[in-house]
Design a protein around this ligand. Structure first.
Ligand code: ASP
Length: 346
């Protein structure tokens, strides 16, 4: 179904006429930015209702920024994101850039898993043209809806020559946030996203980016991962550590055939003896285990006193990002030392 939407949208692209404005394609996936509520001040609403054309037409002056084309990829809440939609997004953007059909891409997305889609594309799209993901914390029908300005900023960033070769970026609440560090830090407030370890890449102001730093990690055009032609990704899961956690979850995932498991450890990626036994069992069955942390900053490195050197560590990648890096890395290698190198570089 998604392929049908995308193919129809791609056909539209061939109607592109010569223009002096940058060509930006908006791939819409749903979320609160496409959400609608019965009242303007009401907290409950239905995400993924409005079409991309309705969203674009709600943003004054957006057409002045770029020659815009909207493609409705799907219209879902992002907690329902699927592997096949990630692969469709990858293939569509790869196709658009490879055939020079546009100068930048914006993805409208629900905020719940926005950081995950951003990091997946950051690792797999081997292009320098900008990909910018945005969404909203308030539905389109809300008083002071944040979606229209977020979309305006995202299109302005995707159209900017300064945005090239910076990796996939998230734009929310005027911040430009790098896919490798961005995470959702508030469940309800419009100021919901930050890069807790490294800070934002920059800000949007007057429809222009002001960049303050670059990502220190490998991404997009410098990525070694080639997922072209893949129709599925290795099954990679997360377990969460806590006081007197059991080994039930990790043993179940191992028995279910997971290829990789990330442990969201306590503190510096620690876990108790039960989980440790579960990890040993997983590893003996060929499951690649990576130690991450449920703590938002500081990461897990190889220098701590309690370091368990048997398993690779995730450095500053939080568990949900570590899962994606492990998933993508497992398409290339099952060697623990190689996995550790990858976690250092991406
Ligand atoms: N649950 C919604 C989603 O992720 C929340 C949002 O978009 O803000 O699609």
């Amino acid at each position: 179904m998604y392929r049908r939407f995308i193919t129809a949208g791609l056909l539209l692209l061939f109607t592109l006429t010569l223009t002096s404005k940058p060509r930006v394609v908006i791939l819409a996936t749903g979320g609160t930015i496409a959400g609608s509520a019965a009242g303007a001040a009401q907290a409950s609403y239905q995400p993924g209702v409005l079409s991309i054309q309705q969203i674009i037409s709600s943003v004054p002056d957006i057409e002045k920024l770029a020659d815009l084309k909207g493609i409705q990829v799907c219209n879902i809440s992002s907690q329902n994101m699927e592997e096949r939609i990630w692969l469709e997004l990858f293939k569509t953007i790869d196709n658009l850039f490879t055939h020079n059909l546009c100068d930048g891409v914006v993805i409208t997305h629900g905020t719940d898993t926005m950081e995950e889609t951003a990091y997946f594309l950051n690792l797999t799209l081997r292009h320098t043209k900008p990909v910018v993901i945005t969404g909203a914390m308030r539905p389109a029908t809300s008083l002071s809806a944040d979606g229209p300005f977020n979309l305006y900023n995202a299109v302005a960033l995707a159209a900017s020559p300064e945005a090239h070769n910076r990796g996939v970026m998230v734009v929310m609440n005027d911040y430009i946030l790098s896919a490798d560090d961005v995470t959702k830090t508030n469940t309800v407030n419009p100021d919901a996203f930050s890069c807790p370890n490294y800070g934002p890449l920059g800000i949007m102001r007057d429809g222009q980016p002001r960049f303050y730093r670059e990502s220190p990690f490998r991404h997009t055009a410098s990525s070694e991962f080639d997922i072209t032609g893949l129709n599925s990704l290795p099954v990679t899961e997360i377990i969460y550590a806590y006081a007197f956690s059991s080994d039930v979850a990790i043993n179940a995932l191992t028995a279910a055939g997971a290829a990789g498991i990330v442990v969201a450890g306590v503190g510096h990626g620690n876990y108790n003896r039960a989980v440790s036994k579960g990890i040993e069992n997983a590893s003996s069955k060929g499951v690649m285990v990576v130690r991450s942390s449920r703590i938002q900053t500081g990461g897990v490195d190889t220098a701590a006193e309690e370091y368990d050197s048997r398993w690779p560590v995730s450095y500053n990648k939080n568990p949900q990002k570590a899962r994606i890096l492990l998933m993508v890395a497992l398409t290339k290698t099952r060697d623990a030392a190689e996995i550790q190198r990858i976690f250092k570089e991406y």
